[in-house]
Each structure stands twice: as structure tokens, then as C-alpha cells.
Design a protein around this ligand. Structure first.
Ligand SMILES: [Cu+2]
Length: 263
């Protein structure tokens, strides 16, 4: 279950005031939908349930700048949790003219809950048209116990190792981010959840963080609730390795986080 075949779904950029034309074509075998947090009012923000094999087109006016999540609502909320945890989410960024351009990074977190279903929430097995048993574990979901936390669609995608004296290799093919020391960067960070908040921190000391149009502040931890996005203007003060992480200390073990090398 994905939007356009990727987890996370495509990042959408728009200018404030733009009108976005959306077509949701359901090529799956169960009901899906779209919920755009960036739009105002149900007629623009919600697709409603779109049956398998059919499509729906509509328009929305993006009058509110910021970084917002979009996601599947399942069949009018039924199954929404499973569809989001399966990867049906993405980010939409609505820019103002004054926003900086360039040195931009997109990072989305989400949780995975495997593999058994439980009545009365039968997951996909309960969706109209479904012939498949669910692979979603509602008990783990209700207990906030994900198997993995994905960073841009994969656990440990952006973390090569932990430890120096006792090195634990996590992903020898990890993709780390590269930035210029002292250079301003923009981070669009999304937490699809669907359950746990993120205590976001850039390990490596304080970083200068400013929201668009506001005076810079120096901060340590910033909360990103499930179902939300945020934009950070960050300057990494000196060369070195920084770790964008959920400071909930267990999150690294679930695969969450990303390394930034400033040069
Ligand atoms: Cu869906």
C-alpha cells in the first residue's frame, strides 16, 4: 500500500495561494483515500472513500504556508491506522516567497507493526473487496510497540554505525547527508506515526534553529507529534558529524535517525 509506489509518498512543493489539482486513482484491491492536512475544509482536504478501480479528482487552494502531512484515511477512517503504517503518507510543503531556497532536505518517519490481526479490527481483511488476511498487528499498534521506525521508508537507512570502541555496524550502505559547516540548510521533517511522537534532536551540540520569518533560536529538542510536519532552518556551526534523532533513547534500536556530515 503506497502512493505512487514509494514510502514515503512523493514530496509535494507548492507556493502559497496556488491551486493544487489532485487525482487519486485507486489501482489497489481495497478502498483508499487521501487526507491533505495542508487544505482547509473537508471538500478540499478529504477525498472520501475511493473504491478499487475508480478515481477521483478535485482541487484545493493552498493558502497556509508550512510543512504538512498527507495520508490515506482508509475507508472513511476505518483502517486508517493500517494504511498509514503500511506507507500511505507523504509530505506537502507550502512555501512563502520569503522562504530560503536550496540546501533543502526531506525526512519522514513512520512506524511498522507486523503481523497478526485481531477482531473487531480486522485490518485489510475487513476492507471492501479484500481477499487477503491482514499483516498488521493491532495489539502492537494499540500498545505503541512498533517493530521498526522507518526513516525515509527504511529502518537504519541513514545510520552507518554506533559506537567507537565497540562499534556496532547498523548499515554499511547507509546514505548520510552532507552539508556545509556554517551554511544555512532547510529541513522538512515529517512524523507519520501513526502513534508515537518524536523528540527531535540534532546530536552534536546546540544548533541554530529558526522558523521561517522568525529570529533564530538555539534549541536542543523539538517535539514532532504523529501526523505532523515541521520546517527547520538549521545551521551546523562547525565541521563534524551530527545525528538527527528521536531522543527517546530506544528509537535508535528501532532504526530511527539520520547522520549529517558537515564539512
Ligand atoms: Cu489506503
Amino acid at each position: 500500500m503506497t502512493f505512487n509506489g514509494t514510502v514515503p509518498g512523493p514530496l509535494i512543493f507548492a507556493e502559497k495561494g496556488e491551486v493544487l489539482n489532485v487525482t487519486l486513482r485507486n489501482e489497489g484491491d481495497i478502498v483508499h483515500s487521501l487526507n491533505f492536512h495542508a487544505a482547509f475544509g473537508p471538500s478540499q482536504a478529504l477525498s472520501g472513500s475511493v473504491e478499487q478501480g475508480s478515481s477521483k479528482s478535485w482541487t484545493m487552494r493552498l493558502d497556509f504556508p508550512g510543512a504538512f502531512l498527507y495520508h490515506c484515511d482508509g475507508d472513511n477512517l476505518n483502517g486508517m491506522w493500517e494504511h498509514v503504517a503500511s506507507g500511505m503518507y507523504g509530505g506537502i510543503v507550502v512555501r512563502e516567497e520569503s522562504d530560503p531556497v536550496g540546501n533543502e532536505f526531506y525526512v519522514a518517519f513512520s512506524e511498522i507493526y507486523g503481523t497478526k490481526s485481531h477482531p473487531p479490527f480486522l485490518g485489510n481483511a475487513s476492507m471492501p473487496g479484500s481477499t487477503n488476511a491482514s499483516t498488521f498487528d493491532i495489539e502492537k499498534f494499540l500498545a505503541r510497540q512498533p517493530d521498526l521506525v522507518l526513516t525515509n521508508g527504511m529502518a537504519f537507512k541513514h545510520i552507518p554505525f554506533a559506537g567507537t570502541q565497540s562499534k556496532m555496524v547498523l548499515n554499511s550502505d547507509a546514505e548520510v547527508f552532507h552539508v556545509g559547516a556554517g551554511q544555512p540548510t532547510t529541513w522538512y521533517l515529517f512524523n507519520a506515526g501513526p502513534r508515537n511522537p518524536i523528540a527531535f534532536n540534532f546530536g552534536g551540540g546546540l544548533v541554530q534553529i529558526s522558523s521561517a520569518g522568525e529570529e533564530p533560536v538555539y534549541d536542543e529538542v523539538l517535539s514532532i507529534p504523529p501526523g505532523s510536519g515541521t520546517t527547520l532552518q538549521v545551521t551546523f556551526p562547525e565541521p563534524g558529524a551530527y545525528f538527527g534523532n528521536d531522543h527517546d533513547a530506544a528509537s535508535l534500536l528501532y532504526g530511527s535517525g539520520f547522520v549529517v556530515i558537515a564539512e
